[in-house]
Design a protein around this ligand. Sequence first.
Ligand code: NDP
Length: 301
Amino acid sequence: MTEPTDPYDTHTSRPAVTVIGLGPMGRAMTRTLLGHGHPVTVWNRTPSKADDLVAHGAVRATTVHDALAAGELVILSLTDYDAVYATLTPATAALPGHTLVNLSSDTPDRAREAARWAAAHGARHLTGGVQVPPSGIGQPGSSTFYSGPEDAYQAHRNTLATLTDTDYRGADPGLAALYYQMQMDIFWTSMLAYLHALALGDAHGITPEEFLPYASSTMASLPGFAAFYTPRISAGHHPGDVDTLAMGTASVRHILRTTHDAGVNSALPTAVLDHFAHGITAGHARDSFTSLVEHLKHRTP
Ligand code: NDP
């Protein structure tokens, strides 16, 4: 038997949820929540994006005010925090008593600022950082960082767990955004390196398909390196017993030369070499390349 989808139905066993923002992520979340029997009210700046969701049981709110009135729990899935303010500022009178689960990406400082803004308007703000693409919503193995008031997190944990596993990082509203940005730091830089390697291969007629097993093998080796180096980095100990910065610098020079020879864009390996050269200049040639972390801890001059 299907559960009722009327958000005003007090007999439903699943809490009502309002989803504001129906990009690919908000749409995936709405479908998943509906699939788990939650009454879902949706609002989107471009109303037509709600059409198919309404056909599957969502309730379309015609105003943000109406969307907020539908329930205490509000999921925000907007491009960034500017979009959050643009959406909620006209409806601040309806904010008191709500929990805003803000799954829009932005910086830790902006998350802290948004938490203060929400509190000033009588709402609680939980910051979220979703670590999967829309296809991962509702799938095992996916996870989202949360931070903010722990009681708000605990109160909605079960509902949020229908979307992805939940990983509460602490009371500071900036933490979820910070962990998310740290993950994205690795993701985009690594994926750009992957694309650079493909460009290098393309210059020599190697297809992405031919290179895929080798790219995958290198990427799969990285957790082992991270696990090995983590305690050393943590201790500020960078012995050159298994690698030296001098060796690493020679290796990066080879990549750069191979890049130049292929006539491929060299900006990325040049930037990598700049970091390595800085470490050499600072006297770390005989230390591990992990010594670069000390130089990275300081603001760019
Ligand atoms: P999109 O940018 O595609 O869509 C987000 C929504 O923001 C749309 O509904 C859009 O409305 C709305 N929006 C943008 N600007 C405004 C504005 N000024 N006023 C009102 N509404 C606005 O994002 P996604 O759905 O892909 O992602 C949502 C969030 O989740 C983002 O912060 C993203 O970084 C994060 N995220 C996304 C992932 C992904 O793979 N997609 C992965 C992990 C996190 P309209 O339809 O009218 O344009």
